[in-house]
Design a protein around this ligand. Structure first.
Ligand code: PMP
Length: 389
Protein backbone atom coordinates (compact mmCIF):
# COMPACT_ATOMS: atom_id res chain seq x y z
CA UNK A 1 0.00 0.00 0.00
CA UNK A 2 1.37 3.46 -0.81
CA UNK A 3 2.01 5.59 2.25
CA UNK A 4 0.22 8.88 2.83
CA UNK A 5 3.24 10.75 1.52
CA UNK A 6 3.49 8.64 -1.65
CA UNK A 7 3.77 10.31 -5.04
CA UNK A 8 1.74 7.45 -6.50
CA UNK A 9 -1.62 9.05 -7.06
CA UNK A 10 -4.09 9.89 -9.80
CA UNK A 11 -3.69 13.12 -11.73
CA UNK A 12 -5.73 16.11 -10.56
CA UNK A 13 -8.24 15.72 -13.36
CA UNK A 14 -8.75 11.94 -13.07
CA UNK A 15 -11.44 12.18 -10.39
CA UNK A 16 -13.31 14.70 -12.58
CA UNK A 17 -13.60 12.25 -15.47
CA UNK A 18 -16.19 9.80 -14.27
CA UNK A 19 -16.86 6.57 -16.12
CA UNK A 20 -19.35 7.25 -18.84
CA UNK A 21 -22.87 6.58 -17.57
CA UNK A 22 -23.64 5.33 -21.07
CA UNK A 23 -21.05 2.57 -20.86
CA UNK A 24 -22.10 1.78 -17.28
CA UNK A 25 -25.72 1.24 -18.40
CA UNK A 26 -24.56 -0.99 -21.25
CA UNK A 27 -22.66 -3.19 -18.79
CA UNK A 28 -25.71 -3.30 -16.50
CA UNK A 29 -27.93 -4.16 -19.48
CA UNK A 30 -25.66 -7.03 -20.58
CA UNK A 31 -25.68 -8.37 -17.02
CA UNK A 32 -29.47 -8.73 -17.01
CA UNK A 33 -29.78 -9.67 -20.70
CA UNK A 34 -31.85 -6.54 -21.47
CA UNK A 35 -32.41 -4.55 -24.69
CA UNK A 36 -29.81 -1.82 -24.94
CA UNK A 37 -31.26 1.53 -25.94
CA UNK A 38 -28.57 3.20 -23.86
CA UNK A 39 -25.47 3.26 -26.02
CA UNK A 40 -25.51 4.84 -29.49
CA UNK A 41 -23.90 1.77 -30.95
CA UNK A 42 -26.13 1.65 -34.00
CA UNK A 43 -26.19 -2.11 -34.50
CA UNK A 44 -27.60 -1.83 -38.02
CA UNK A 45 -25.65 -3.52 -40.85
CA UNK A 46 -22.93 -1.70 -42.75
CA UNK A 47 -23.20 -1.34 -46.56
CA UNK A 48 -21.68 -4.44 -48.17
CA UNK A 49 -19.49 -2.39 -50.54
CA UNK A 50 -17.81 -0.81 -47.49
CA UNK A 51 -17.18 -4.20 -45.86
CA UNK A 52 -15.93 -5.78 -49.11
CA UNK A 53 -13.46 -2.98 -49.81
CA UNK A 54 -11.97 -3.20 -46.30
CA UNK A 55 -11.56 -6.99 -46.51
CA UNK A 56 -9.94 -6.65 -49.92
CA UNK A 57 -7.59 -3.96 -48.58
CA UNK A 58 -6.43 -6.30 -45.78
CA UNK A 59 -5.82 -9.08 -48.31
CA UNK A 60 -3.98 -6.72 -50.63
CA UNK A 61 -1.59 -5.74 -47.86
CA UNK A 62 -2.83 -2.29 -46.81
CA UNK A 63 -2.00 -3.09 -43.21
CA UNK A 64 0.72 -0.61 -42.38
CA UNK A 65 0.66 2.97 -41.10
CA UNK A 66 -0.75 5.50 -43.50
CA UNK A 67 0.31 9.11 -43.92
CA UNK A 68 -0.59 10.88 -40.70
CA UNK A 69 -3.43 12.77 -42.38
CA UNK A 70 -4.87 9.64 -44.03
CA UNK A 71 -4.66 8.03 -47.47
CA UNK A 72 -4.96 10.40 -50.39
CA UNK A 73 -7.97 8.75 -52.04
CA UNK A 74 -9.91 9.07 -48.79
CA UNK A 75 -8.99 12.74 -48.35
CA UNK A 76 -10.09 13.34 -51.94
CA UNK A 77 -13.37 11.51 -51.38
CA UNK A 78 -13.99 13.51 -48.20
CA UNK A 79 -13.20 16.77 -50.03
CA UNK A 80 -15.72 15.88 -52.75
CA UNK A 81 -18.36 15.03 -50.15
CA UNK A 82 -17.69 18.23 -48.16
CA UNK A 83 -18.06 20.21 -51.36
CA UNK A 84 -21.25 18.55 -52.56
CA UNK A 85 -23.11 17.96 -49.31
CA UNK A 86 -21.82 20.59 -46.92
CA UNK A 87 -20.88 23.39 -49.31
CA UNK A 88 -17.38 23.47 -47.79
CA UNK A 89 -14.43 23.81 -50.09
CA UNK A 90 -11.38 22.08 -48.56
CA UNK A 91 -8.09 21.17 -50.23
CA UNK A 92 -7.55 17.39 -49.74
CA UNK A 93 -3.79 17.88 -49.32
CA UNK A 94 -3.73 20.65 -46.75
CA UNK A 95 -7.15 21.17 -45.18
CA UNK A 96 -8.43 17.67 -44.33
CA UNK A 97 -7.27 15.27 -41.66
CA UNK A 98 -8.53 11.68 -41.42
CA UNK A 99 -8.88 10.87 -37.71
CA UNK A 100 -9.63 8.09 -35.26
CA UNK A 101 -13.31 8.95 -35.28
CA UNK A 102 -14.87 12.32 -34.56
CA UNK A 103 -13.66 11.67 -31.01
CA UNK A 104 -9.99 11.65 -32.06
CA UNK A 105 -10.60 14.74 -34.17
CA UNK A 106 -11.91 16.82 -31.27
CA UNK A 107 -9.17 15.64 -28.93
CA UNK A 108 -6.36 16.45 -31.38
CA UNK A 109 -7.93 19.81 -32.32
CA UNK A 110 -8.26 20.68 -28.64
CA UNK A 111 -4.61 19.80 -27.97
CA UNK A 112 -3.51 21.96 -30.89
CA UNK A 113 -5.72 24.99 -30.34
CA UNK A 114 -6.58 25.31 -26.66
CA UNK A 115 -4.57 26.09 -23.53
CA UNK A 116 -5.13 24.92 -19.96
CA UNK A 117 -7.42 27.39 -18.20
CA UNK A 118 -9.21 28.45 -21.39
CA UNK A 119 -13.00 28.38 -21.32
CA UNK A 120 -15.04 26.64 -24.01
CA UNK A 121 -18.81 26.91 -24.34
CA UNK A 122 -20.94 23.79 -24.76
CA UNK A 123 -24.70 23.80 -25.17
CA UNK A 124 -26.70 21.87 -22.58
CA UNK A 125 -27.88 19.13 -22.87
CA UNK A 126 -24.37 18.23 -24.05
CA UNK A 127 -22.62 15.09 -25.27
CA UNK A 128 -20.52 13.85 -22.33
CA UNK A 129 -17.41 13.21 -24.42
CA UNK A 130 -17.30 16.90 -25.39
CA UNK A 131 -17.28 17.94 -21.75
CA UNK A 132 -14.80 15.30 -20.65
CA UNK A 133 -12.48 15.94 -23.59
CA UNK A 134 -12.29 19.57 -22.47
CA UNK A 135 -11.68 18.55 -18.85
CA UNK A 136 -8.93 16.17 -19.88
CA UNK A 137 -7.23 19.07 -21.68
CA UNK A 138 -7.46 21.15 -18.48
CA UNK A 139 -9.91 23.40 -20.30
CA UNK A 140 -12.97 24.74 -18.45
CA UNK A 141 -16.29 23.79 -20.07
CA UNK A 142 -19.00 26.44 -19.66
CA UNK A 143 -22.52 25.06 -20.19
CA UNK A 144 -25.15 27.28 -21.81
CA UNK A 145 -28.61 25.71 -21.35
CA UNK A 146 -30.86 25.42 -24.38
CA UNK A 147 -34.54 26.04 -23.71
CA UNK A 148 -36.77 22.92 -23.43
CA UNK A 149 -38.88 21.40 -24.90
CA UNK A 150 -37.49 22.17 -28.37
CA UNK A 151 -34.06 23.26 -27.16
CA UNK A 152 -33.98 26.76 -28.61
CA UNK A 153 -30.86 28.85 -28.33
CA UNK A 154 -31.18 31.69 -25.83
CA UNK A 155 -28.83 34.27 -27.28
CA UNK A 156 -28.67 36.33 -24.07
CA UNK A 157 -27.47 33.31 -22.12
CA UNK A 158 -24.82 32.64 -24.74
CA UNK A 159 -23.69 36.27 -24.69
CA UNK A 160 -23.55 36.27 -20.88
CA UNK A 161 -21.39 33.12 -20.85
CA UNK A 162 -18.60 34.72 -22.88
CA UNK A 163 -15.70 36.00 -20.78
CA UNK A 164 -12.18 37.21 -21.66
CA UNK A 165 -11.03 33.59 -21.17
CA UNK A 166 -13.49 32.11 -23.70
CA UNK A 167 -11.61 30.63 -26.65
CA UNK A 168 -14.17 28.47 -28.44
CA UNK A 169 -17.74 27.21 -28.77
CA UNK A 170 -18.68 23.60 -29.52
CA UNK A 171 -21.75 23.16 -31.72
CA UNK A 172 -23.23 19.69 -32.20
CA UNK A 173 -25.87 19.59 -34.94
CA UNK A 174 -27.90 17.38 -35.20
CA UNK A 175 -27.33 16.98 -31.52
CA UNK A 176 -26.84 14.07 -29.15
CA UNK A 177 -28.85 13.73 -26.86
CA UNK A 178 -31.62 16.21 -27.78
CA UNK A 179 -31.88 15.67 -31.55
CA UNK A 180 -31.84 19.46 -31.95
CA UNK A 181 -30.89 20.79 -35.38
CA UNK A 182 -29.49 24.33 -35.19
CA UNK A 183 -31.36 26.52 -37.68
CA UNK A 184 -29.64 29.11 -39.85
CA UNK A 185 -30.58 32.06 -37.60
CA UNK A 186 -29.05 30.34 -34.56
CA UNK A 187 -25.88 29.41 -36.41
CA UNK A 188 -25.60 32.97 -37.73
CA UNK A 189 -25.96 34.35 -34.20
CA UNK A 190 -23.22 32.00 -32.95
CA UNK A 191 -21.03 32.98 -35.91
CA UNK A 192 -21.56 36.70 -35.22
CA UNK A 193 -20.49 36.25 -31.59
CA UNK A 194 -17.51 34.08 -32.60
CA UNK A 195 -16.31 36.80 -34.95
CA UNK A 196 -16.99 39.60 -32.46
CA UNK A 197 -15.06 37.82 -29.67
CA UNK A 198 -12.51 36.15 -31.94
CA UNK A 199 -13.41 32.57 -31.00
CA UNK A 200 -12.88 29.19 -32.62
CA UNK A 201 -15.97 27.07 -33.30
CA UNK A 202 -15.65 23.29 -33.18
CA UNK A 203 -18.61 21.66 -34.89
CA UNK A 204 -19.56 18.03 -34.42
CA UNK A 205 -21.64 17.04 -37.45
CA UNK A 206 -21.48 13.27 -37.08
CA UNK A 207 -25.30 12.96 -37.45
CA UNK A 208 -25.45 15.18 -40.55
CA UNK A 209 -27.44 12.61 -42.55
CA UNK A 210 -29.98 11.82 -39.83
CA UNK A 211 -32.55 14.56 -40.54
CA UNK A 212 -36.31 14.28 -40.02
CA UNK A 213 -39.44 16.00 -41.35
CA UNK A 214 -37.51 17.53 -44.26
CA UNK A 215 -34.95 19.32 -42.05
CA UNK A 216 -31.76 20.60 -43.71
CA UNK A 217 -28.23 20.26 -42.34
CA UNK A 218 -26.20 23.48 -42.34
CA UNK A 219 -22.44 23.48 -41.76
CA UNK A 220 -21.38 26.50 -39.75
CA UNK A 221 -18.11 26.79 -41.69
CA UNK A 222 -20.10 27.94 -44.73
CA UNK A 223 -21.30 31.16 -43.05
CA UNK A 224 -19.44 34.32 -44.08
CA UNK A 225 -16.19 34.85 -42.19
CA UNK A 226 -16.31 31.43 -40.48
CA UNK A 227 -14.01 29.27 -42.65
CA UNK A 228 -10.85 30.34 -40.85
CA UNK A 229 -12.15 29.88 -37.31
CA UNK A 230 -14.32 26.75 -37.73
CA UNK A 231 -13.03 23.23 -37.22
CA UNK A 232 -15.60 21.02 -38.97
CA UNK A 233 -15.67 17.55 -37.46
CA UNK A 234 -17.54 14.55 -38.79
CA UNK A 235 -17.04 10.88 -39.51
CA UNK A 236 -18.47 7.69 -40.90
CA UNK A 237 -19.26 5.80 -37.68
CA UNK A 238 -22.94 6.61 -37.86
CA UNK A 239 -23.53 7.06 -41.59
CA UNK A 240 -22.10 3.63 -42.49
CA UNK A 241 -22.83 1.93 -39.10
CA UNK A 242 -19.11 1.36 -38.45
CA UNK A 243 -18.66 2.81 -34.95
CA UNK A 244 -15.92 0.28 -34.17
CA UNK A 245 -13.82 1.15 -37.20
CA UNK A 246 -12.69 4.57 -35.94
CA UNK A 247 -12.93 6.54 -39.17
CA UNK A 248 -13.60 10.24 -38.76
CA UNK A 249 -12.21 13.45 -40.15
CA UNK A 250 -11.93 17.16 -39.71
CA UNK A 251 -11.68 20.04 -42.14
CA UNK A 252 -10.00 23.27 -41.12
CA UNK A 253 -7.88 26.12 -42.42
CA UNK A 254 -4.39 25.05 -43.52
CA UNK A 255 -3.02 27.22 -40.68
CA UNK A 256 -4.23 24.69 -38.10
CA UNK A 257 -3.99 21.31 -39.85
CA UNK A 258 -0.24 20.61 -39.36
CA UNK A 259 -0.43 21.07 -35.60
CA UNK A 260 -3.74 19.21 -35.20
CA UNK A 261 -2.29 16.43 -37.37
CA UNK A 262 0.81 16.25 -35.23
CA UNK A 263 -1.19 15.79 -32.03
CA UNK A 264 -3.39 13.22 -33.74
CA UNK A 265 -0.23 11.36 -34.80
CA UNK A 266 1.03 11.40 -31.21
CA UNK A 267 -2.11 9.80 -29.80
CA UNK A 268 -3.40 7.62 -32.64
CA UNK A 269 -0.66 7.56 -35.36
CA UNK A 270 -3.32 7.08 -38.01
CA UNK A 271 -6.84 5.85 -38.54
CA UNK A 272 -6.88 2.05 -39.29
CA UNK A 273 -5.32 1.63 -42.74
CA UNK A 274 -7.51 -1.03 -44.43
CA UNK A 275 -10.65 0.51 -43.01
CA UNK A 276 -9.77 3.82 -44.63
CA UNK A 277 -10.05 1.94 -47.96
CA UNK A 278 -13.48 0.62 -46.93
CA UNK A 279 -14.58 4.18 -46.19
CA UNK A 280 -13.47 5.32 -49.66
CA UNK A 281 -15.70 2.68 -51.28
CA UNK A 282 -18.71 3.94 -49.30
CA UNK A 283 -18.08 7.60 -50.10
CA UNK A 284 -17.42 7.03 -53.78
CA UNK A 285 -19.90 4.27 -54.62
CA UNK A 286 -23.05 4.73 -52.53
CA UNK A 287 -25.84 6.52 -54.39
CA UNK A 288 -27.79 9.52 -53.08
CA UNK A 289 -30.69 7.16 -52.35
CA UNK A 290 -28.59 5.53 -49.60
CA UNK A 291 -28.46 8.82 -47.71
CA UNK A 292 -32.13 9.65 -48.36
CA UNK A 293 -33.10 6.24 -47.01
CA UNK A 294 -31.13 6.86 -43.79
CA UNK A 295 -33.42 9.77 -42.96
CA UNK A 296 -36.57 7.88 -43.96
CA UNK A 297 -35.62 4.75 -42.03
CA UNK A 298 -34.57 6.59 -38.88
CA UNK A 299 -37.61 8.87 -38.96
CA UNK A 300 -39.79 5.73 -38.89
CA UNK A 301 -37.74 4.40 -35.97
CA UNK A 302 -38.09 7.74 -34.18
CA UNK A 303 -41.86 7.70 -34.66
CA UNK A 304 -42.11 4.10 -33.47
CA UNK A 305 -40.14 4.76 -30.28
CA UNK A 306 -41.76 8.13 -29.55
CA UNK A 307 -45.21 6.62 -29.88
CA UNK A 308 -44.33 3.81 -27.44
CA UNK A 309 -42.88 6.35 -24.99
CA UNK A 310 -45.99 8.53 -25.26
CA UNK A 311 -48.27 5.52 -24.65
CA UNK A 312 -46.22 4.64 -21.57
CA UNK A 313 -46.53 8.16 -20.15
CA UNK A 314 -42.85 8.90 -20.75
CA UNK A 315 -43.47 12.05 -22.80
CA UNK A 316 -40.71 12.40 -25.40
CA UNK A 317 -39.22 15.63 -26.66
CA UNK A 318 -39.47 14.82 -30.39
CA UNK A 319 -36.00 14.92 -31.98
CA UNK A 320 -35.48 16.74 -35.30
CA UNK A 321 -32.39 14.67 -36.14
CA UNK A 322 -29.76 12.16 -34.88
CA UNK A 323 -31.05 8.96 -33.26
CA UNK A 324 -31.75 9.70 -29.64
CA UNK A 325 -34.77 10.90 -27.74
CA UNK A 326 -34.96 12.55 -24.33
CA UNK A 327 -38.12 11.52 -22.51
CA UNK A 328 -39.78 12.74 -19.32
CA UNK A 329 -39.28 10.01 -16.72
CA UNK A 330 -41.29 11.58 -13.88
CA UNK A 331 -43.51 8.51 -13.66
CA UNK A 332 -40.61 6.11 -13.09
CA UNK A 333 -39.69 5.57 -9.48
CA UNK A 334 -36.40 6.87 -8.17
CA UNK A 335 -35.06 10.14 -6.74
CA UNK A 336 -32.44 10.53 -9.43
CA UNK A 337 -32.26 9.80 -13.14
CA UNK A 338 -29.52 7.26 -12.31
CA UNK A 339 -32.00 5.32 -10.12
CA UNK A 340 -34.81 5.75 -12.65
CA UNK A 341 -32.66 4.22 -15.41
CA UNK A 342 -31.93 1.22 -13.23
CA UNK A 343 -35.57 0.87 -12.17
CA UNK A 344 -36.70 1.02 -15.80
CA UNK A 345 -34.21 -1.73 -16.68
CA UNK A 346 -35.48 -3.90 -13.82
CA UNK A 347 -39.15 -3.31 -14.71
CA UNK A 348 -39.00 -3.59 -18.50
CA UNK A 349 -35.61 -4.99 -19.51
CA UNK A 350 -34.92 -1.80 -21.50
CA UNK A 351 -31.74 0.15 -20.82
CA UNK A 352 -31.76 3.94 -21.20
CA UNK A 353 -29.28 6.56 -20.00
CA UNK A 354 -29.88 8.86 -17.03
CA UNK A 355 -30.63 12.37 -18.33
CA UNK A 356 -28.24 13.75 -15.73
CA UNK A 357 -25.34 12.47 -17.89
CA UNK A 358 -26.07 15.32 -20.31
CA UNK A 359 -26.55 18.21 -17.88
CA UNK A 360 -24.64 20.08 -15.19
CA UNK A 361 -25.14 18.64 -11.68
CA UNK A 362 -28.70 18.84 -10.38
CA UNK A 363 -30.30 19.01 -13.82
CA UNK A 364 -31.73 16.34 -16.14
CA UNK A 365 -32.80 14.21 -13.16
CA UNK A 366 -36.30 13.73 -14.58
CA UNK A 367 -35.15 12.59 -17.98
CA UNK A 368 -33.95 9.44 -19.69
CA UNK A 369 -32.28 9.18 -23.09
CA UNK A 370 -33.26 6.37 -25.44
CA UNK A 371 -31.39 5.45 -28.64
CA UNK A 372 -33.36 4.28 -31.67
CA UNK A 373 -30.33 3.38 -33.83
CA UNK A 374 -31.33 -0.28 -33.54
CA UNK A 375 -32.27 -3.22 -35.73
CA UNK A 376 -36.07 -3.55 -36.24
CA UNK A 377 -36.39 -6.64 -34.05
CA UNK A 378 -34.64 -5.07 -31.04
CA UNK A 379 -36.66 -1.87 -31.44
CA UNK A 380 -39.94 -3.81 -31.71
CA UNK A 381 -39.17 -5.73 -28.54
CA UNK A 382 -38.07 -2.58 -26.70
CA UNK A 383 -41.24 -0.71 -27.73
CA UNK A 384 -43.45 -3.60 -26.62
CA UNK A 385 -41.66 -3.70 -23.26
CA UNK A 386 -41.96 0.07 -22.80
CA UNK A 387 -45.70 -0.03 -23.60
CA UNK A 388 -46.29 -2.78 -21.06
CA UNK A 389 -44.78 -0.71 -18.23
N1 PMP B 1 -20.07 12.91 -31.52
C1 PMP B 1 -21.30 12.65 -31.07
C2 PMP B 1 -22.24 13.77 -30.85
C3 PMP B 1 -21.68 11.33 -30.81
O1 PMP B 1 -22.90 11.06 -30.36
C4 PMP B 1 -20.77 10.28 -31.03
C5 PMP B 1 -21.14 8.83 -30.75
N2 PMP B 1 -21.83 8.59 -29.61
C6 PMP B 1 -19.51 10.61 -31.48
C7 PMP B 1 -19.18 11.93 -31.73
C8 PMP B 1 -18.48 9.55 -31.69
O2 PMP B 1 -18.09 9.54 -33.03
P1 PMP B 1 -16.86 8.66 -33.52
O3 PMP B 1 -17.28 7.22 -33.47
O4 PMP B 1 -16.64 9.14 -34.91
O5 PMP B 1 -15.73 8.95 -32.62
Amino acid sequence: MPTASSQLRLSNISPLIIQSEIRAMSVECDRVGGINLAQGICDTDLPSSVADAAIKAIQQGYNIYTRLDGIQVLRQAIAAKLNQYNGISADPDSEILVTAGATGALYAAGLALLNPGDEVIVFEPFYGYHLNTLLSLRVQPVAVPLTAPDWQLDLDRLRDAITPRTRAVIVNTPSNPSGKIFILEELQAIADLAIQHDLFVFTDEIYEYFLFDGARHISLATLPGMAERTITISGLSKTFSITGWRIGYLAASRQWIPSIGYFHDLTYVCSPAPLQHGAVAGLVELPQSFYDELSTEYQQKRDQLCSALTDAGLTPSIPAGAYYVLADASRIEGETAHKKARNLLAASGVAAVAGSAFFTPGRGENMLRFCFGKKPDALDRACAAIRSL
